[in-house]
Design a protein around this ligand. Sequence first.
Ligand SMILES: Cc1cc2nc3c(=O)[nH]c(=O)nc-3n(C[C@H](O)[C@H](O)[C@H](O)COP(=O)(O)OP(=O)(O)OC[C@H]3O[C@@H](n4cnc5c(N)ncnc54)[C@H](O)[C@@H]3O)c2cc1C
Length: 329
Amino acid sequence: MANVFAFVETRGTDVRKVGLEAVTAARMLADKSGGGEVHALLLGPPGIAAKASQIGQYGADVIIVVEHAGLANYSPEVATATAADRMKSGSYRAAIFSTSAQGRDLAPRVAARLGVSIVTDVLSLEIEGDSIVVRHPMNIGKVIATIAIAAKPAVIAMRPNVIAPAQNEKAGRVEKAQPAIDPASARVKVIETRQGGGGKLDLAEAPVVIAGGRGLKAAENFKLVEDLAAAFGNAAVGATRAVTDDGWRPHSDQIGQTGRLVSPQLYIAVGISGAVQHLAGMRTSNTIVAVNRDKDAPIFKVADYGIVGDLFEVIPALTEAVREAKKHH
Ligand SMILES: Cc1cc2nc3c(=O)[nH]c(=O)nc-3n(C[C@H](O)[C@H](O)[C@H](O)COP(=O)(O)OP(=O)(O)OC[C@H]3O[C@@H](n4cnc5c(N)ncnc54)[C@H](O)[C@@H]3O)c2cc1C
């Protein structure tokens, strides 16, 4: 039996889906270890306390609420010090973060502050004996390593979207706390956070991702990809580096080794060859569909469904088919 700590990621007074994923992962781990408690840290500006009951619904036994006017934006120093202090004061088996943009910054800082082990970009986690056993992609996703972490506490950052947030109501006792350092004294201040994609679905969180490559031939042809995404209604648009380097799409849309990591339920690759650097960012997607006119394109090696054909014919037909199917649901 062991207690598990979860960091709940927020944006303003909203809890992010990756925050609920962290609580769900922590709950699973606590239950698998014989029923320890989940202690979730919720940091944010005034108003964030109202979200504590939601965190309880997802399986937190204790919600540590740190409300402060200086926390309207993510503060690396305050979040690190507050999470690390809390972890020191409890005997946690593990601490769960997300490998989101914020989690990539925060989790290593916390691990370094405490001098403990960290594994990022984790795809799954289990308990085996005294170890937590996690799966983690290496060599740009060509190899999936299985790592047994014996050290305590283990800092684990989950890949977004690999665990669906699951309701599992617990008492959700609220403990109010202060930030470990005064936000006004922080040397690094996030002045503003701008969301890419005009406020549309976040690439890392969308259940469906439609990504376009150089096969689209020109920036304006991304309209085909956007129309298909709109037909789904719950899809985000991504791109290859060839496309973002050419300025057809913003760099924030790039998926791959040097871009975003995505793991949606459905990934549709449109005119993408499937270079290893691209696969590194999407090969853990649940179902992969590829549309390419070259039957030997490497993308077909990872695809569950392949359509060999001209995307300029296939995508409009697919969009129409999705629209029709949605009408009847
Ligand atoms: C250090 C490093 C890091 C990198 N990081 C990334 C990364 O993070 N993400 C990333 O994506 N890339 C990355 N790259 C680049 C990567 O190697 C590839 O160059 C890039 O992914 C190729 O993009 P693409 O598939 O759009 O283009 P291409 O490889 O040119 O493929 C275009 C595909 O479209 C098909 N096609 C053409 N016309 C049609 C049509 N009418 N209908 C259907 N299919 C059609 C072609 O058959 C072809 O397969 C990186 C490279 C390096 C060296």
